[in-house]
Design a protein around this ligand. Structure first.
Ligand SMILES: [Zn+2]
Length: 590
């Protein structure tokens, strides 16, 4: 024996007599316990001194998941030439932690098939529509689409009709993954070639070996002198998706894999998914995305169910590990959450705790946007990579790209005339929260800004638009708080209907906002706010920190990506992020 976890998991090192001992056990007891025979082949393949684990799964059912997770991580580490001992303690502590605070489920990580719910077709009840009867359960319903590389995870309790109808939701996420699927050569059949992907500024095509090669349009890339080191670049893909749809696809995976005793808590969540975008769920919490240190060709889903309700933990949290990414999200609309966890603020403690266990660079992702937009992915382009090719736009390989409708084809608006827009009514506030600074801060370039709110709230009836900018600033190391400031500017916009369109049709919504109007409002608000702000900064170390720097093209463009439009339509409230409705040409700003 080489080590143990608890009293039901041992680690054995393949020593000189291990094979003989195992063979003896199998010979002696194999007839009575036929599953022992399965040991013979894997034991034969073991190299000298290689380790393996034996877990008595019936003995300690609560901690099995911890043992299996740790065992697999240690074996992975050994496979890559690292010592298992270096991984063991950290992994054991970490998974035990999760298992103490949550009912912890993990699917797909161990190569084992898992089918959630009732195996007997005649006893099944569909989780999504309630249908029963064996005739409605003819097909195999994958809990994660098989085209994403899922060979293992099945939901028994998803009827044929729902399996078919909910594809529309699942495809939102499939499209987000399209470029990765091709680059990582994910396919249903292992022999198949990488998928062909046509985007607006790129094409991916398999080469003779079936592996993906990336073709980029020369004209869209940064200038030649900026390409000598790897640079970040956005690939715009053709299919249109909504952020809400992506979130629903991720939540559906959880519904598919939960133990069926849990489903009763998720009725409203299920209504929201099956409404196919026709139910307004109220505010939804953001989800988070990070790069995963381990690669998951088979997607793995972790589900954490709250054990004790102390008021700061939502009932159900999930982590989806897929390829080089991990998504973290809270399943919304759970009955026992009593609508407490709808906003990011209400989840701060929860995420702080979980993200301390997963210390990655997490990026917040919007989940409520319903307007359709092209899916896009950011990649690092290293032109020394032999699988990346840069070709002019008129090369035949881009024929289909050139035929595609322009990204985010903007609605036609009459030429912009600001004469019916009022001077804003401005209020500002400024709080010096540092107070003990000795040096004078020269300008805002020495501080780090964190926008808490950056939005335009639209009131169509009153033809009124309110601009809000609420910013917290720290020092340049982002550690010491400096000051908070807030701008509120209300405009009367006589030409509201001329430059803004809000419509919702069955197949999705249209929200259009002339970017000339956007720029006019944002710039005026900042210009009119500065004199007020200047008097409030007087006598503080921040006296010279004018906010005019926000108006510089480069910082304004970057900020405008995050501008949020808030409005009500047919009795529902919506928020739309600017990047979803205004296309960006990052290379040649217009
Ligand atoms: Zn159904």
């Amino acid at each position: 024996m080489d080590g143990h976890m608890g009293s039901s998991c041992i680690r054995i090192k393949n020593g000189g007599r291990t094979k003989i001992a195992i063979e003896w056990i199998v010979d002696t007891y194999g007839n009575d316990y036929p599953s022992l025979n399965r040991l013979v082949t894997p034991i034969k393949k073991l190299k000298p001194d290689e380790g393996f684990y034996i877990i008595d799964e019936d003995k300690d059912t609560t901690n099995n998941i911890v043992y299996r997770k740790v065992a697999i991580l240690c074996l992975e580490a050994e496979k890559h030439g690292n010592s298992w001992k270096g991984v063991h303690n950290r992994a054991f502590e970490y998974y035990s932690h999760l298992n103490i605070f949550f009912k912890y489920y993990s699917f797909g990580f161990d190569g084992l098939k898992y089918s959630a719910g009732e195996p007997d077709k005649s006893k099944r009840k569909c989780r999504f529509c309630g249908k029963t009867g064996a005739k409605n359960f003819h097909d195999v319903a994958h809990a994660i689409q098989d085209s994403l590389g899922n060979d293992l995870l099945i939901c028994n309790e998803e009827c044929d009709e729902c399996n078919h109808n909910l594809n529309k939701i699942e495809d939102n996420f499939l499209h987000v993954m399209e470029v990765r699927r091709s680059v990582f050569h994910i396919s249903r059949k292992k022999s198949a070639k990488s998928a062909h992907v046509t985007g607006y500024n790129f094409v991916i095509e398999p080469n003779e070996d079936g592996e993906a090669e990336l073709y980029l349009m020369d004209e869209k890339l940064p200038p030649v002198d900026k390409r000598n080191k790897p640079f970040q670049y956005t690939l715009f893909n053709k299919p249109e998706i909504t952020n809400e749809g992506v979130f629903q696809a991720l939540v559906k995976m959880v519904i598919d894999l939960l133990p069926n005793t849990e489903i009763k808590h998720f009725e409203q969540t299920i209504d929201w998914i099956t409404s196919l975008g026709n139910m307004y769920p109220g505010p939804l919490p953001s989800m988070y995305l990070a790069n995963s240190p381990l690669f998951h060709r088979q997607p793995t889903l972790d589900i954490l169910i709250r054990k004790v309700d102390k008021g700061d933990t939502p009932y159900c949290t999930a982590f989806l590990w897929i390829y080089d990414l991990v998504y973290a999200y809270v399943v919304p609309l759970v009955d026992v959450d009593y609508a407490r966890f709808r906003t990011d603020g209400s989840l701060e403690r929860h995420w702080n705790f979980l993200m301390s266990l997963y210390p990655f660079q997490w990026t917040k992702q919007d989940t409520s946007e319903w307007t359709k937009a092209s899916s896009w992915v950011q990649i690092y382009v290293d032109i020394s990579n032999p699988k990346i090719h840069i070709l002019p736009k008129n090369t035949p390989i881009f024929n289909d790209s050139n035929k595609l409708k322009k990204i985010g084809e903007e609605m036609f608006f009459p030429s912009f005339d600001p004469s019916h827009i009022s001077v804003p009514v401005v209020t500002t506030s400024f709080y010096d929260i540092h107070k003990n600074i000795n040096d004078t801060i020269v300008d805002l370039r020495e501080v780090t800004e964190h926008p808490k709110e950056f939005s335009l709230s639209l009131n169509k009836t009153k033809k009124e638009i309110r601009f809000v900018l609420d910013i917290h600033t720290n020092d340049s190391t982002d550690k010491i708080p400096y000051f908070d400031y807030k701008i509120n500017a209300t405009f009367q916009v006589g030409c509201f209907d001329k430059y803004i369109r809000i419509e919702k049709k069955e197949d999705g919504g249209t929200f259009a906002f002339d970017w000339h109007l956007r720029d006019h409002l944002v710039k005026s608000a900042i210009l009119f706010a500065e004199p007020q702000m200047a008097s409030k900064r007087k006598g503080t170390p921040f006296e010279n920190c004018t906010i005019h720097h926000l108006l510089k093209t480069e910082s304004l463009d970057r900020m405008l990506d995050h501008l949020v439009y808030r409005f009500s339509f047919n009795g529902r409230s919506y928020r739309v992020i600017d990047i979803a409705i205004h296309s960006r040409d990052y290379i040649n700003p217009a």
